[in-house]
Ligand binder design. Structure first.
Ligand code: AVJ
Ligand code: FE
Length: 445
């Protein structure tokens, strides 16, 4: 039995205004992230793991041109000559600074010329007919793409050296949660979606998955808890690490999360150009999958699988239905989750009581991406849409899935079904984790 939400059925007029809003929000953010540094910082490579910010900017414009100006709009190319430069598969990130890229002023002119044409295409498109047009899918895909690169650019800001250029209010304070973990009863639930209008191909189709009963943490693992692992010698004890994880720890000489430094008997961190004491009750972040897994093993627990994470986030025990978000079917609002770069850090546990799932699991959406133990693979019945380079080429055992989005993820680019993935050694993304464990038979009801 599959129970899912019915497809929102909106008119082309609804989609036109919604698309204009999300595209504008994405562009305002791209501008903030690129106007806040000087030209030298825009063209420089702050880390071999990242593109120069000016590459991300023009790449966003180029994807928008390919999908919305040329494909959806059927219009003449703006700059066919630069397609190759901004094709992520032609040039790995480390090579990008040496390419004859558009300079900052040219890149800004290019993206705004493309945007002007896209707004005209939007006005004239029927937003029905071809699958790419239905429910404005291609526009939603492009808005999500820009926001994904904005989050990547935010990670580049975190890696750049020099003083602070970004500023934001503090997130709401944490509130003590009634329980550290909750039981998720066993049984089937509906994973993925066939109805969410802007869900990407890897989130589809909806399918039932049977999950054994398990416990999951009500909040992400904190800096304080992670310090206990460090203090206990966890980074020096191979028994907590997988074989691959131990190689990663040795090669990287890891002894603490990324951006942490020891000063006397205190841990400090640099966060967007500000050096500060590591706040004990914030979720730990800038840990690799391997560090997350080692912590969980040391704690006598494990990472949740991807189906477990999604069941904890979406399954409503009173109806048996899977929700769009932990709090229900409404789009994220500021009281639900720490999303959209409104704050420049994750919030402490309990800060978003309105965003909790029916079972009482908090902050599954926003704050930090959460590593799961699952490889990134297509769901049963997966079909490429609209291009294999978004998801399919990454399927396999090289990548681990992350769920839920971070404080740097825009609401348009996160859902209960949204799947992110990265190499298990990656630490520059805004990722943390929560732990899970099997329920024993006597605990399982
Ligand atoms: C889904 C975040 C892994 O940034 O590599 C951006 C998204 N795909 N441009 C990435 C993406 C093409 C992707 N992630
Ligand atoms: Fe991209």
């Amino acid at each position: 039995m599959t129970l899912t939400q019915s497809a929102p059925d909106y008119s082309p007029g609804h989609w036109r205004s919604h698309v204009a809003e999300v595209l504008t929000r994405a562009r305002n953010r791209s501008r903030l992230l690129t106007d806040s540094v000087d030209d030298d910082d825009l063209v420089r490579q702050h880390s071999p793991l990242m593109s120069p910010l000016v590459w991300d900017l023009a790449h966003v414009g180029n994807q928008e041109e390919l999908w919305l100006v040329r494909d959806v709009g059927g219009r003449a190319p703006v700059r066919r000559d630069i397609d190759e430069l901004y094709d992520a598969f032609k040039h790995p990130r480390a090579e990008r600074p040496a390419l004859p890229l558009l300079g900052p002023a040219e890149a800004r002119r290019y993206v705004s010329e493309v945007r002007d044409k896209v707004l005209d295409v939007l006005e004239h498109s029927p937003l029905e007919g071809r699958p790419l047009l239905q429910q404005a899918f291609a526009f939603g895909m492009v808005a999500q793409h820009e926001q994904q690169h904005d989050e990547t650019m935010l990670a580049t800001h975190q890696l750049r050296s020099g003083g602070a250029v970004l500023d934001a209010a503090l997130p709401p304070l944490g509130v003590r949660l009634p329980a550290a973990e909750v039981l998720v009863p066993g049984g089937p639930f509906t994973m993925g979606t066939s109805t969410e209008p802007w869900a990407l191909d890897n989130e589809r189709p909806a399918h039932d998955v049977d999950v054994a009963p398990f416990f999951i943490d009500t909040a992400a693992v904190t800096n304080d808890a992670f310090m206990a692992f460090i203090d206990a010698g966890g980074y020096d004890q191979p028994q907590w690490w997988s074989a691959q994880g131990w190689v990663h720890r040795q090669d990287g000489r890891l002894s603490a999360p990324g951006f942490w430094e020891r000063g006397g008997d205190t841990w400090w961190r640099v966060r967007f150009g500000i050096r500060e004491q590591v706040p004990p009750d914030e979720p730990v972040m800038h840990v690799s999958f391997h560090e997350a897994q080692a912590y969980a093993t040391w704690a006598g627990r494990r990472l949740p699988t991807e189906p477990e994470w999604e069941k904890a986030a979406r399954w409503d025990p009173s109806t048996g239905r899977s929700r769009r978000y932990p709090w229900g079917d409404e789009d994220p609002a500021p009281e639900h989750a720490n999303l959209g770069q409104r704050h420049l850090r994750p919030a402490a546990a309990g800060a978003y009581p309105r965003g909790a799932s029916p079972l009482g699991v908090h902050q599954l959406i926003g704050d930090v991406w959460e590593w799961t133990s699952s490889d990134f693979r297509g769901y049963p019945g997966f079909t490429v849409f609209p291009y294999p380079e978004y998801s399919r080429v990454f399927f396999g055992s090289d990548y681990k899935v992350l769920r839920g989005g971070s404080f740097g993820s825009d609401p348009v680019a996160v859902r209960g079904t949204f799947r992110n993935w990265d190499f298990p050694i990656r630490r520059q993304i805004f990722a943390g984790f929560r732990c899970a464990r099997d329920a024993q038979p006597e605990e399982a009801s």
